[in-house]
Design a protein around this ligand. Structure first.
Ligand SMILES: [Zn+2]
Length: 468
């Protein structure tokens, strides 16, 4: 009977298929909820491999679930494939967009989704060849960058019967996440007033832009009276058309973030009061457009340890001198001090900077910490034990969401990290499928972390996704 040591070789045998898929997604970058090509490509691949496909999950045209097998345990892999605006970049070591201002895979989600799919495929092959009971699922999750996809998919219930969820993210080094992320609300406030000539009849006008500005001032004063890790940021998405017309329509877009979901909800309630206050001051009206909300992440420590053990078993990623030189040239394209700042903020030792690529396996650096960003993996992590690992696919120390990330996403550095992630995740999946004691330990930790509270969607009742 094939063992977990065979999975790694199986992945190498199928490397061309997965590299081809990842490169195809990289060549056709599509931003959140527009990932039609990536979604179609993955569905076609999995359908040809015998997976059952559920499309249009949660009302999102680019969300799907692929499943193979029967009975338990049910192990899910969370894939993503959305790109980012303005990060078009060729796969060379100097900053050079393919399409000026075009989108690009500046967070490596072409690798992310494909590695998760690859893990699901080899585990399916293992289930098929052994006749063991169990179900393996691949979740095609769109719009991670707008913290949307998994939240709407979670509301549709597609994670409810999972025994565990496994995912990863491209990174500087090989490790696992044990920390948390910020819960978030993503919402807009649209004010309506009355137009008038701004010089000839200003007394007739009621400015929606005044309301936006007063709301922002109110929120900025509120900042002093919230706990430290709370983050509130906004952009004005409509401020009127011309100075000589009192604007009757103006809009501001807010993200409200905090370490825990209930703290976000309390803070958003205060922001709503400030919006109401602004209407009183300006004799305008306000409408709220709630786009999405998400939970903080609970990374399962026990599953994290399994993932770390899998990576230690695989050993380091071997990068060649040419790959090191390629990454060194990318690093040169960033201002001096970039890498030092990046490593310090991730609590990683500066000694790692000796080389532009580091393929070794490292213990987690985020245990007990909350990273100042958000991810919709958080919602899944409140439904089922979830682990996220990271592997070396990026020049060490350069910031995510920048051109150098896109650059290594479709060449050997990214490919090696992707296949390595697929192997490690497949081994964790194998462990969970074959030894019920692992799932028991992971679930006991999950029950304690969630305090037995069932997941409740952060979305207001009946909210439909806003599709582009
Ligand atoms: Zn990402």
């Amino acid at each position: 009977m094939p063992s977990k040591h065979d999975l790694s070789g199986w992945l190498d045998e199928r490397a061309e298929r997965f590299i081809g898929m990842s490169d195809a997604i990289w060549r056709e970058p599509q931003v959140a909820l527009k990932e039609s090509a990536a979604c179609a490509l993955q569905i076609a691949d999995l359908r040809a491999d015998g997976f059952r496909i559920q499309e249009n999950v949660g009302g999102l045209p680019t969300a799907f679930v692929a499943e193979w097998g029967s009975g338990g345990p049910i192990i899910g892999f969370l894939g993503e494939y959305d790109a980012l605006p303005n990060l078009s970049q060729e796969n060379g070591p100097e900053q050079r967009p393919i399409v000026p201002q075009g989108p690009g895979h500046g967070c490596g989600h072409n690798l992310l989704g494909t590695a998760c799919l690859a893990s699901a495929v080899v585990l399916k092959d293992w289930l098929e060849s052994t006749g063991q009971p169990g179900t393996v699922r691949y979740y095609g999750c769109p719009a991670e960058e707008t913290i949307t996809g998994k939240v709407f998919m979670a509301r549709a219930g597609v994670y409810d019967d999972l025994d565990a969820a496994i995912t990863w993210h491209p990174n500087w080094i090989n490790s696992v996440s044990k920390g948390s992320s910020l819960a978030v609300d993503n919402l807009k406030f649209r004010f309506r007033g009355r137009t008038a000539h701004a010089a000839a009849a200003p007394e007739q006008g009621r400015s929606a832009l005044d309301a936006v500005e007063l709301m922002n001032i109110g929120v900025n004063f509120m900042r002093e009276h919230v706990i430290d890790p709370i983050r509130i940021h906004y952009v004005i998405t409509n401020g009127g058309g011309a100075p000589n017309v009192v604007p009757d329509d103006a809009e501001v877009w807010y993200f409200v973030r905090a370490p825990r979901r209930e703290q976000v909800e309390e803070t958003t309630a205060r922001v709503r009061k400030i919006a109401q206050g602004a209407t009183l001051m300006t004799e305008t009206e306000v409408e709220e457009i709630f786009l999405c909300g998400a939970y903080n992440t609970i990374n399962n420590g026990y599953l994290g340890d399994l993932a770390l053990a899998a990576m230690r078993e695989l050993g380091p990623i071997e990068f060649t001198d040419e790959e090191q030189a390629f990454a060194a040239r990318i690093v040169e394209g960033y201002p001096a001090g970039t890498r030092e700042t990046g490593l310090a903020s991730s609590h990683l030792p500066a000694s790692l900077l000796a080389q532009p690529l580091n393929g070794e396996v490292h213990p987690p650096s985020d245990e007990g910490r909350v990273m100042s960003g958000s991810t919709d993996v958080g919602d899944v992590s409140w439904i089922t034990p979830t682990t996220m690992l990271g592997t070396a696919t990026w020049a060490l120390g350069i910031p995510a969401h920048s051109w150098g990330i896109t650059a290594t996403g479709a060449m050997s550095i990214g490919h090696k990290g992707m296949l390595y992630a697929a192997k490690a995740m497949a081994i964790v999946g194998y462990d969970l499928l074959t030894d019920p004691a692992h799932l028991e330990r992971a679930k006991a930790e999950f029950r304690e972390a969630t305090n037995g509270q069932p997941y409740k969607t952060p979305l207001p009742h009946g909210l439909q996704p806003v599709l582009p």
